[in-house]
Design a protein around this ligand. Sequence first.
Ligand code: NAD
Ligand code: ZN
Length: 381
Amino acid sequence: LAMNFRGPFQIRADRNRPVPEIKHPSDAIVRVTRSLICGSDLHLYHGMVPDTRVGMTFGHEFTGVVEAVGSDVQKLKVGDHVLVPFNIACGSCPHCQQELYGNCHEANSEATAVGGFFGYAHTGGGYDGGQAEYVRVPYADVSPTILPEGMDLENAVLLTDVVPTGYQAAEQAGIQKGDTVVVFGAGPIGLMAARFAWFFGAGRVIVIDELDYRLEFARKFSFAEAYNFREMKDPVVFLKKATDWFGADVCIDAVGCEASGHAWQTISGKSLLMQAGTATAFHWAVNSVKKGGIVSIIGVYGPPWNLAPLGSIMNKGLTIRANQASVKRLLPKLIDHIMSGRINPKEIITHRFPLEEIPDAYRMFSKKLDNIIKPLLIPSR
Ligand code: NAD
Ligand code: ZN
């Protein structure tokens, strides 16, 4: 059983998927125990990422039990329960050597079928992902990590992306003690980034979204002030006013391209792209950060969202910092934060589905129904 992408807004739970096989001596085959749907999957689901091919299986946030290993694998053995970071990294290229595991030099190299991201478009290597009963895991000795003893499985699966990504959004924002930090987007990534902003010494954390139930969640989970941009005449003026007209020290874009699918409208049963090229949250971030401030982009942008307000960035002397999270680099620190109880990420998992119900899970998450924050899939126990 595996998720099967049939085109934008069309996915299936496919019973006829063959179990993947070892292709390289460094591969492992993993039976998936928990799997999550990410805001990044919604970009694929909405048809926003080039070269997302029909027949793909998505899913880059999963835990599972090792079923088979290739002849070169040394660290893992059959039966180990592992969490698998979303980056596929070779571990030995110059980028991996600098712990830039989200930027592995082998990434996207479909020809050699090494490096990239699980369950993403062919621009990320075209690897099938973990919204499935079984998944092939390349470079099994590099990133997959045996579940820390005593760690809850739902916290473990959130360590494959959401927790490190939120952490890195705050880390790369260069927060100084006492800073005012504005986070755009109260999805799992924004909630986590806002929570971690305090770890870096923020003096004030403000979250902006349009979904009241998520704003309420941000107040409780991220200890943030939270405001609905639909209730503002102009979010930039609102934020300037809230910061003595200087602007925030730091803004974090945890939205990316049309994260909640608002750029699409359904007309006569067909989904149409209504407003290309807006990158609204990023523009708001650039315009509401102070002169000399930092904008941290963690949201994902596929074309045609590459339009940036370059004039404002230059005139204000801004620093823009952006990257794919380097999950493996951050794991030791984040495992410690969870085991010591400083953060309990599983509080954001609001919905649990058997894998068969994956079309419903995508529909609910895309349309933000039933106060959904983060949906979990359970392919096997
Ligand atoms: P999500 O869809 O659950 O959340 C996005 C939120 O943004 C929603 O609550 C939505 O209402 C809100 N939003 C939409 N437009 C907005 C605007 N103009 N201003 C403020 N809020 C707005 O998604 P998520 O899982 O939280 O992911 C968020 C982003 O992070 C996505 O773009 C995803 O692709 C990206 N991401 C990046 C990485 C990385 O390594 N860089 C990893 C994971 C996810
Ligand atoms: Zn993700």
